[in-house]
Design a protein around this ligand. Structure first.
Ligand code: CDV
Length: 370
């Protein structure tokens, strides 16, 4: 359902969710890159300024497999700050960013990051690495990565379930929880007349005190955590970009089927996905661009549900397939103002003195038994 139509957008931005169909184990990196560049070409035809791709977009969702340690490296992009190497220099990724730069489109994309560490003298080896489930924001105007996020809420387990037929989710085995927090940032060159640090407001008006769009990034399971969205909300976030690989139908740890048909189970997964994105967009008065890798990857079903959500919680546009599909919408960032200025005017209404348990506790502390 579309939000109310209005006369003239004040801070228009044309965005797209680049849903991807399955990426199978045997698919080559080049074939996947070609698909992603094809989605960028389609975006250019629609005048899109920002394209969001899914979590771990360049490969299959490999944490569903117990991999031989010597085969794991091929799923990762190397981050080697000592030698000036980052995602933008990866031969697997650079062609995508170069293409985006040529088309003048910003890109947010998820990938597996292998961050090289230089060890202290005396250590067993000179270098080691830490692996993250990450995403970056590439700005076409800056010709650079201007935002980075490492997934904080890693679902699943370190050790695989042993029961035959049990569904595996081994993100805790392959990744460390992100260490960057939830850093919002501004994306340059997307809206006209953005206020800059040193600009003076000469003609007061509804948008004259607004800077470049404020962006936040989440990855998959993070979208289910209100705390993650609220930390972005507290930075004035206007657009949350969130890619995901969400299993449509999983067996139990025991390997048994759940007590639902696969169709009902998938419908419930979609319900929880929509609830999380719609409610948190509303409660933080921001747009969200939520992007699936979907379809069956080597027989493992992933939900679709790619959608662009309005700050009032409406779904503006949703994917219709489980294949590569571009979901495009022109949004008006000024639509964030109502929620940010009224119901969710945090500075007027929040009561952090009563929210201590949220940061002091991890698990549940129940009231004493009667
Ligand atoms: N990739 C994910 O984070 N997937 C989780 C599943 C395992 C529940 C999700 O929250 O969608």
């Amino acid at each position: 359902m579309s939000p109310s139509t209005k006369n003239k957008p004040q801070r228009p931005l044309t965005v797209a969710a680049a849903q991807m169909g399955p990426v199978h184990l045997a698919d080559s990196r080049q074939a996947v890159l070609n698909r992603m560049c094809g989605l960028l070409d389609q975006a250019a035809e629609h005048g899109v300024q920002l394209v969001v791709f899914p979590e771990l977009a360049f490969t299959t969702f490999f944490p569903r497999y117990l991999l031989d340690p010597k085969d794991v490296g091929r799923y990762f992009e190397i981050e080697d700050p000592q030698n000036g190497l980052g995602i933008a220099q990866s031969p697997n990724v650079k062609p995508l960013f170069d293409h985006a730069a040529r088309l003048g489109i910003d890109v947010c994309v998820g990938y597996a990051e292998r961050s090289l560490q230089t060890n202290k003298p005396g250590s067993d080896s000179q270098t080691s690495h830490i692996d993250y489930n990450s995403c970056v924001y590439y700005s076409a105007q800056a010709r650079a990565v201007v935002g980075k996020y490492r997934k904080i809420h890693l679902p699943g387990a370190v050790e695989p379930y042993t029961a035959p037929g049990a569904f595996q989710q081994l993100e805790k085995r392959y990744f460390r929880p992100g260490d960057l927090g939830f850093p919002a940032f501004r994306a340059p060159g997307l809206v006209e007349g953005a206020l800059k640090k040193d600009s003076k407001v000469t003609a007061p008006g509804p948008t004259s005190d607004k800077g470049d769009p404020i962006i936040g990034m989440l990855i998959c399971n993070d979208r289910r955590w209100a705390e993650a969205w609220r930390v972005y909300g507290l930075q004035g976030v206007e657009v949350v970009c969130c890619g995901y690989n969400t299993t449509a139908f999983a067996t139990k740890a025991t390997g048994e089927m759940v007590d639902m048909t696969p169709e009902d189970a998938e419908e419930e997964v979609l319900l929880h996905h929509r609830l999380s994105c719609q409610a948190n967009s509303y409660m933080n008065a921001c747009f969200s661009i939520n992007v699936a890798k979907t379809g069956a990857e080597d027989g493992n079903p992933l939900v679709g549900g790619t959608m662009i959500v309005h700050p009032n919680g409406h779904i503006i546009k949703e994917a219709e397939t489980k294949e590569d599909e571009l979901v495009v919408a022109t949004i008006d960032l000024a639509d964030c103002d109502r929620g940010k200025g009224k119901t969710f005017a945090f500075h007027k209404h929040r009561k952090p003195e009563h929210y201590g348990a949220i940061v002091e506790q991890v698990g549940v502390v129940e009231p004493e038994l009667l």
